[in-house]
Ligand binder design. Structure first.
Ligand SMILES: Nc1ncnc2c1ncn2[C@@H]1O[C@H](COP(=O)(O)OP(=O)(O)OP(=O)(O)O)[C@@H](O)[C@H]1O
Length: 257
């Protein structure tokens, strides 16, 4: 479980995060949404320790990240998996080497043991038989699956994804979303995703946190988002005519049931 308490972060005079409090649970996929500039990236960077809070705290199963000893920090880093925008794979390394990288870096497993784990996670993301391929030989969706395999190879407690669907067609995006959600549930990972993708919000929004100008302006599920009359959320999520119509249809259906 990750507990964020009254998190403040700014740069110089610019206040970006203004007192965010939120809880993220194991086995749950949480989405952070909000307009460009609302602070989503600063929030996720704070969670992974790239920004130090000015005020407030972030605790990982009771351990406050700013109070870690060097050893605890090392341990915690190994408990984190990350999927970045654009997959961030090493272009000159094969799929197998990309996925094996964290194991080489953090463990003293034998090559055979590492390979067994790599094959297990590649199989889990439906990418068997691609070990010797280079990223450039794969589609965008397959590259994302390699990135997910690499993120879970260390069996993380916490998974952070920054725009995991960027650059993917809607169908592939749903496959990736569902994969992240399944893995989260299966291995009871605490997963936090930054997204612009409203399809994701509708599909996998077990918990959605809406940021507005650095504050948590709303929290709920994808069910709740249809029903909410929070103006800022409605404005943001239903800025597309298609989603507006979906919402109207949903509300009408509920009314006549
Ligand atoms: N390192 C930094 N130094 C100064 N200002 C920063 C820094 N990082 C972010 N900001 C500012 O913080 C604000 C929030 O930025 P952030 O990147 O978190 O927004 P976002 O919600 O992720 O936007 P987008 O959806 O466009 O990625 C912006 O005004 C940005 O200019």
């Amino acid at each position: 479980m990750i507990e964020v308490d009254n998190l403040h972060k700014g740069f110089g005079d610019v206040k970006v995060l203004k007192g965010i409090t939120a809880t993220f649970l194991p086995g749950e996929t949480s989405l952070i949404i909000g307009q460009s500039g609302s602070g989503k990236t600063v929030f996720i960077k704070s969670l992974i320790g790239l920004h130090t809070p000015e005020k407030g705290s972030i605790s990982f199963d009771g351990r406050i990240n700013t109070k870690f000893t060097e050893n605890e920090k090392q341990q915690w880093r190994q408990e984190i998996g990350m999927v970045f925008q654009g997959s961030a794979l090493f272009d000159s390394q094969t799929v197998e080497d990309n996925v094996m990288f964290p194991l080489k870096m953090f463990t003293d497993k034998s090559h055979a043991e590492m390979l067994e784990r790599v094959n297990f996670v590649l199989n889990r993301v439906n990418l068997e038989n691609s070990n010797k391929k280079l990223p450039a030989e794969l589609s965008g969706g397959m590259q994302k699956r390699v990135a997910i395999a690499r993120a879970i190879v260390m069996n993380p407690k916490y998974l952070f994804c920054d725009e995991p669907n960027s650059g993917l067609d809607p169908r592939t995006a749903i496959v990736i979303d569902n994969l992240i959600q399944e893995i989260t549930d299966e291995y009871k990972i605490t997963t936090v995703i930054n997204t612009h993708d409203m399809n994701s919000v509708m599909e996998i929004g077990e918990k959605i946190i809406f940021l507005k100008e650095g504050q948590k302006a709303w929290e709920g599920t994808s069910e709740d988002i249809f029903k909410t009359d929070n103006e800022a959320v409605v404005d943001f999520v239903y800025s597309s005519n298609l989603f507006k119509k979906v919402r109207e249809a949903y509300l009408n259906e509920k009314k006549y049931k």
